[in-house]
Design a protein. Structure first.
Length: 191
């Protein structure tokens, strides 16, 4: 399938933004990477902020569709491992989304625990809710625990990027994160 210019700009913007963040990202350097002229970029996006907002929305939509297509897990523990692997498999897109949160924090609603976007931990809330229903997990504080788990996984993504773990290295990372989290979840209580 042929990629149109707008899609190509968004793909390259996600890569560039994940690598360099807000301060290192520019329309001019992105245009050079594609290669197109900056005027073509401005035909599609009025400025850097609009481009990054569209990139953010596009990445969130794509990640949501990919998550929705994941196979149903037989239990919450396997679902947790699946979600950890998903995060690593989609590292660049997630890092770009995270860096967008950091750059545009003021645009997000402030909660008691900071500027955590509403939907940032829904994929882990689903795991915890499933674990409560199947009685695999107990004494869960659904929203708070989901955010802590999400931040823990995302911290690894940020630490590793731009290196993407593959093969045995990825399996070991998934298993280490999973093992730690599952012990905490199955132990219950404040750990």
């Amino acid at each position: 399938m042929k990629t149109n210019t707008r899609e190509l700009i968004l793909q390259k913007a996600a890569h560039s933004f994940a690598l360099s963040g807000y301060d290192g990202f520019s329309i001019r350097s992105l245009a050079e990477q594609i290669p197109i002229t900056p005027s073509v970029m401005y035909h599609y996006f009025s400025d850097k902020d609009e481009l990054l907002k569209v990139m953010f929305d596009s990445l969130n939509t794509a990640l949501g569709k990919k998550r929705a297509a994941l196979p149903k897990s037989p239990n919450a523990a396997e679902m947790l491992k699946q979600r950890i692997r998903f995060q690593i498999d989609n590292q660049e897109a997630i890092v770009a989304v995270l860096k967008y949160y950091l750059a545009y924090r003021k645009n997000f609603k402030k909660f008691k625990n900071g500027f955590v976007p509403d939907k940032s931990a829904l994929h882990i809330e689903e795991v915890l809710q499933f674990g409560i229903e199947t009685k695999e997990f107990s004494d869960i504080h659904l929203e708070d625990d989901a955010k802590v788990i999400t931040h823990a996984i995302n911290g690894f993504l940020l630490e590793y990027y731009p290196h993407t773990p593959k093969g045995a290295e990825k399996d070991e990372l998934v298993n280490r994160i999973y093992s730690f989290l599952i012990r905490a979840l199955k132990g219950g209580g404040d750990t």
